[in-house]
Design a protein around this ligand. Structure first.
Ligand SMILES: [Zn+2]
Ligand SMILES: [Zn+2]
Length: 201
C-alpha cells in the first residue's frame, strides 16, 4: 500500500502524472498524482529532463562562443596582414622608425609601439604601427623607448597619450565579423592603389 496524502476532490479527474496508470488522488503542488512515491519520482524525472536540456543549451552556447572566437581570430589575422602591408606601403622609402637606418640585408616589418600582446585594441591603429627593421622589431623588442620619443616628435604628445590611454576593445571597434571583413576590403583597395602609385605592382 502506497503512502498517500488525503484525496483531493478534483484530482481524480486526472491520471497520475507519473504515468503509472493509476488515477490521481491529489495534487502535489499543481501536479495530479496517485501517491507520494509517484510525486517524488515525477519531480525527479522532470528535474533530470530540465538539467539535460540546460546542459545541451550550455554546450551549444560554449560551442558557439568557441566558433565565434575562432572566427574572429581568423578575421583579425587577415586584417592584420592587410594593415601591416599598408604600413609598409605608406612608409615606403622611409627608414626604420626607431633606428632611422637600413642595416645591410635587413628586412622591414610592421612594428608596433604597443605590442599586440600588450594592447590588443591598438593592434590595427596606424599611429601604433610603423615600418621597422627586423633588428629593432624582433631583436630590440620593438625599441619602445625610442619609438615613443619618435612618435612624440612626429605626431605630438596627444597621439602618444591617446595610444596609451583607454581604448575601445576590438569587439567594440568591430562589433561583427562583417565589420572586420569590410575593413579588410577597404585596406585591400587602398593597398592596390598605393602599389600602383608607387609603381610596385
Ligand atoms: Zn502514480
Ligand atoms: Zn631599426
Amino acid at each position: 500500500m502506497k503512502r498517500s496524502a488525503l484525496k483531493t476532490k478534483t484530482a481524480d479527474k486526472y491520471k497520475c502524472k507519473n504515468r503509472c496508470g493509476n488515477k490521481a488522488e491529489y495534487y502535489a503542488g499543481t501536479t495530479p498524482v496517485c501517491s507520494s512515491d509517484c510525486a517524488y519520482s515525477y519531480l525527479m524525472k522532470k528535474a533530470a529532463a530540465k538539467k539535460k536540456k540546460d546542459d545541451i543549451a550550455y554546450r551549444a552556447d560554449t560551442r558557439k562562443m568557441a566558433v565565434d572566437i575562432r572566427t574572429r581570430t581568423k578575421w583579425y589575422k587577415m586584417l592584420e596582414a592587410v594593415v601591416n602591408a599598408h604600413v609598409l606601403l605608406i612608409d615606403h622609402g622611409k627608414m626604420c622608425f626607431t633606428c632611422d637606418s637600413a642595416h645591410a640585408g635587413s628586412t622591414f616589418q610592421a612594428g608596433h609601439f604597443l605590442t599586440v600582446g600588450h594592447s590588443k585594441p591598438t593592434r590595427f591603429n596606424l599611429y601604433n604601427i610603423h615600418k621597422q627593421c627586423a633588428r629593432c622589431n624582433q631583436f630590440g623588442g620593438g625599441m619602445p623607448k625610442i619609438y615613443k620619443v619618435n612618435l612624440r616628435a612626429r605626431y605630438g604628445q596627444d597621439v602618444v597619450d591617446s595610444l596609451e590611454g583607454p581604448q575601445a576593445s576590438l569587439k567594440d571597434q568591430y562589433p561583427t565579423t562583417q565589420d572586420i571583413e569590410s575593413e579588410i576590403k577597404v585596406y585591400q583597395s587602398k593597398n592596390l592603389e598605393l602599389n600602383k602609385w608607387l609603381g610596385l605592382k
